[in-house]
Each structure stands twice: as C-alpha cells, then as structure tokens.
Design a protein around this ligand. Structure first.
Ligand code: NAG
Ligand code: NAG
Ligand code: NAG
Ligand code: NAG
Ligand code: NAG
Ligand code: NAG
Length: 464
C-alpha cells in the first residue's frame, strides 16, 4: 500500500519496533463472505475484551464492572466499547460476551435512579459522555439484547432517562439555545456547546421516535436540528459539521464521529418520516462531506485527519469506528445510500483487518489492530479505541445480512418509562473541587478537542 513521504519517514523510525510487535500473520478479509467477516470479527473482539479483563487474575474486569482501566480510558469510551460489543453480537450472532456486557452497563447505570451519572465519574461526565452510554442502551433496545431484570428500568427506559435529562438542560442563555458540553458549571467546557452533545441529543431523539412511535421525540429532534443548522455555527448551510462553539468563535475542526452522529440521526429521521425529501437531502449532504476521511493519497481508506501526523489522542483513535457504525445504520434505514456507503465499508473493512496483526500485552492472540488502516500491516499504535474502531468497520460488513432495527411495534421488547430522568437535573453528581488536580483538568474527557488547532479556545482554556 502506498504511503506518503511523512508516513515513510515514520515507518523507518518505527521499523524496529514493528518487527517486534507485528506477527507474521496476514489477515485477508473477504467482506462479501459472512463467515470470513465473522471469523475476523471474533479474533478482533477477543483482543478488545482482553483489554477489559483483569490481566493478573483473568477475571472479567479489573474490579469495577463497566470501566476500562489500563491505560486511562475515559468513562464514555467504555460505554462506546460495550455498545460495540452489542453490535458485535447483533452482527455475528456470537453471544459469548452478552452477560459480561449486561453486567457492565447495569453497574454503570447507577446514578440516582439509573440515570447514568455515577458519582465516581463526576469529574469526567459531560452530556456527550452520557450520550455514548445512551447510544449503547438504545442499540440494546433496537436489537432485542437480553433485557435487564424486570424490577429495573428497561434499556429503553434508560435511554429515555438520559434524553429527558438532556432536554432539561436546554439552555437559551447563550447562543440562543442548544445544550452545553459539560453538565457541571465548575468543569472546563461548560461554556462550550459541542457537536457531540447537541448532535447526539438529535440522534437519540430520532431513535426514540422510531422505536416508540412517539412524535414528541421527533419534534424535539427537529428543534435541535434547526438550532444546529440555522442558529448555531455548528452545521453550515451545505451540511459541513464542525466540532463546537463558544461565545467567541466556532471550532471548525472536522471529526469523523461528528459526521457519524449526524448521518445516523438523519437516517433515523429519514426512516421515521417514511423517506421525507428534506431528510434525504440532509443525509446526502452530510455523507458528501465525509470524502475528507477517504483521501486518494491514503488509498481511500477511512482515516481520522489527526492520523497523518499521528497526533490522535486516546479518544480520537476510536472516532472512525462511529462513522462506520452509523454508515451501516444508514445503509439499513435509508437503502438509497447503500451504493455509496457499502463500497467504503468493504474497502475500509479489508484495510482494517490487515492492520490487525499486532500483539498487545493483554492478550496472547496476535490480532491487535493498529491506528492507521492505510498502513501495510500493524503500525505499532494499538489500544482499546483502535480495537473497537476496527471491530466496528469489519463487522459492519454484515449489515446486509442482519435483521432490521426493531421498534416497539415490530417486536422490540424493551420496557420504557417516558418520565424517567425528568427530576434528575436537581440531583447532579456531587462535585468535589479539591479532588480535581490540574492533571485531571487537562485530561477532562475530550478536552483536547478544544485545543487542537484552535488558539482562541486554547487561550480561553488557559484563562480559566
Ligand atoms: C465507584 O467506586 C467504588 C469504589 O471503588 C466501587 O465499589 C463502585 O463499584 C464504583 N461505582 C461505579 C458505578 O462504578
Ligand atoms: C428557548 O427559546 C425557545 C424559542 O424562543 C422557546 O420556544 C423555548 O421554550 C425556550 N426554552 C427554554 C428552556 O427556556
Ligand atoms: C411521549 O414522549 C413525551 C416526552 O418524553 C412524554 O411526555 C409522553 O408521555 C410520551 N407519550 C407517550 C404516549 O408515551
Ligand atoms: C452530493 O454530491 C453529489 C455528487 O457530487 C451531488 O450531485 C449532490 O448534489 C450532493 N448533494 C447534496 C445534498 O449536497
Ligand atoms: C426504513 O427501514 C427499513 C429497514 O428497517 C427499510 O426496509 C425501509 O425501506 C426504510 N424506509 C425507507 C423510506 O427507506
Ligand atoms: C409496545 O407494544 C406493546 C405490545 O404490542 C404494547 O402493549 C405497548 O403499549 C407498547 N408500548 C408503547 C410505549 O407504545
């Protein structure tokens, strides 16, 4: 595979480490053969789960169910990982990890009244972090993942709880609407309105509308979309998706997952409205701009722009997994997109699979995935985010084999509770100012998004 000059220089530097970390294995994925996809996905999932298990004892987790602990992954990414494992089960039918996944989600759901505000996470808990867990429980509902014990909230009820909480945080005081990034006024990022929180609310509303048939959710999703497109600078008139905005200036950094969130949300709305033209146009508009993540120079394989200089942080290495996840959802809910999206999923799935030939310290299996899928083999940059992103794009190739996303009216069995979470905004997790160190602040989840290429926001951050 052709790599750029800069990438070649990097390859010389890492040649030695590559020799030691990459195995002689070669994975040749055939994306059109379900068994080939299942086998590859199984290997990749095994290594992902090994990163969750306790490496000393081999126990299912490292002490607290639902947290990734080695090295410092944030709470949201664990939520995203369990969502990916639900997708893995949905696509492949392999239920090996289901009990483990269920235990993890239920444990982390316990804030006040299963509202996904665990006190342990109060310093890393923004609206987008809660949303990534909401996406996970929503998928559980849509795929009929085994339900929680009947005395607890159902998966649907948990998603409704998070949606209601976010609706209660709608804020007209700045930018004439939208939701802030952080929940807590003390946390850096409270003054920032970001794409993942607002777009994520839009997507969750669209999914609740489709699952329950309750049009109130669709109206709220529309209200958010209108704010994003017409009031905020987050979405341009021609459907470019930016990262966020504070009172000073918009951050025009483009991330694959922000597009993924909007593509997913628009696909659910398109399907909910039985194919409304304006949702078709919006969906197509977002998809058009994702060309930036498939550059000819890098073999038209899905990539995050920060990969070019290898500056992606522990969150960002996972982002393209969500673009792949919601590409697949669009293929199913808006079949007109399939001719455009399926070839991307195939090509990037093959590229990701051939990059999954590394070894990592948590597993004896040689299927650790690198960060750059356009790289020839494993690039030496592995971890949970890289592993879940590869699992996502590989298993998404089973989308055309998979059963439809369910709704309450078509066999979905998840128990709802439309009022859940409505009172929880007065009950924010206790925030202990003294426990927050400068290091923690610098590490606050996704804070780096603010800093990348944005001096104005960088200066704002330093002043705070
Ligand atoms: C919070 O931390 C305590 C102490 O480590 C642990 O026992 C508990 O399971 C944690 N709760 C959650 C929801 O992770
Ligand atoms: C925010 O403003 C909009 C438009 O004026 C209004 O419809 C909405 O009720 C307001 N929401 C809140 C929470 O104040
Ligand atoms: C529809 O959703 C709204 C918003 O959460 C809720 O207030 C209402 O009770 C729901 N209606 C039904 C029939 O569940
Ligand atoms: C998307 O791109 C196609 C091909 O370039 C173009 O014909 C179409 O108008 C674009 N659609 C939108 C909504 O931007
Ligand atoms: C909605 O999604 C279903 C699959 O779940 C699909 O069969 C149907 O064609 C979609 N509707 C539209 C308008 O594309
Ligand atoms: C979901 O479907 C079941 C069975 O068809 C029905 O009893 C229930 O009322 C529905 N729930 C909602 C929220 O529409």
């Amino acid at each position: 595979m052709r790599v750029s000059g800069a990438a070649q220089a990097w390859s010389v530097l890492t040649l030695l480490s590559a020799i030691f970390s990459s195995s002689v294995l070669a994975i040749q994925l055939d994306p059109t053969t379900p068994d080939s996809v299942r086998t590859t996905a199984k290997h990749v999932a095994e290594v992902l789960v090994s990163m969750y298990k306790n490496p000393q004892t081999g126990a299912l987790h490292s002490g607290i169910p639902g947290l990734l602990q080695y090295p410092p992954y944030y709470w949201w990414e664990a939520g995203a990982m369990f969502g990916q494992l639900i997708d893995y089960w949905y696509y492949t039918g392999d239920s090996t990890y289901n009990d483990m996944v269920k235990e993890a989600i239920l444990h982390q759901s316990w804030g006040i009244g299963q509202n996904f505000m665990p006190a342990n996470q109060s310093k890393d808990l923004g609206n987008d972090d809660q949303l990534f867990w909401a996406f996970t429980v929503m998928s559980a509902a849509e795929y009929n993942f085994p339900n929680p014990p009947s005395e607890q909230l159902g998966w649907l009820g948990m998603a409704q709880s998070i949606f209601n909480q976010l609706a209660g945080r709608w804020d007209n005081e700045t930018c004439r609407g939208g939701i802030r990034w952080q929940i807590h006024p003390h946390l850096p990022g409270f003054d920032y309105k970001n794409m993942a929180s607002n777009g994520g609310y839009f997507q969750l509303g669209a999914r609740l509308a489709l699952y329950t048939g309750n049009d109130t959710y669709a109206q709220k999703a529309e209200e958010m979309f209108d704010w994003l497109e017409y009031t905020s600078p987050l979405i341009s008139q021609d459907f470019q998706v930016f990262d966020g905005s504070d009172v000073l200036k918009a951050d025009h950094t483009q991330w694959s997952y922000n597009y993924g969130i909007m593509i997913g949300g628009a696909a659910y709305m398109y399907n909910y409205t039985s194919g409304a033209q304006h949702w078709r146009d919006r969906l197509q508009g977002f998809i058009n701009h994702t060309d930036t993540f498939f550059q000819p120079k890098y073999g038209q394989v899905m990539m995050e722009l920060c990969e070019i200089e290898q500056k992606c942080d522990v969150d960002q290495v996972s982002f393209k997994g969500y673009l792949a996840r919601w590409y697949a959802v669009a293929v199913q809910l808006a079949p007109f997109t399939a001719p455009q999206l399926v070839p991307h999923l195939r090509k990037s799935g093959v590229a990701a699979a051939q990059a999954c030939v590394g070894t990592c310290k948590t597993s004896s299996q040689p299927y650790a995935c690198g960060n750059r899928w356009y790289w020839d083999g494993y690039d030496g940059n592995g971890g949970a985010g890289q592993q879940l992103a590869a699992l996502s794009v590989i298993s998404a190739n089973l989308i055309t084999e998979s059963g439809p996303i369910l709704r309450n009216s078509t066999g979905g069995t998840s128990k709802g509770d439309p009022g859940a979470g409505n009172d929880d905004n007065e009950n924010l997790p206790i925030y202990d100012d003294h426990a927050i160190t400068t290091g923690d602040r610098a590490g606050a989840v996704m804070l780096t998004l603010l800093l990348v290429g944005n001096t104005v926001l960088g200066a704002w951050y330093l002043l705070n």
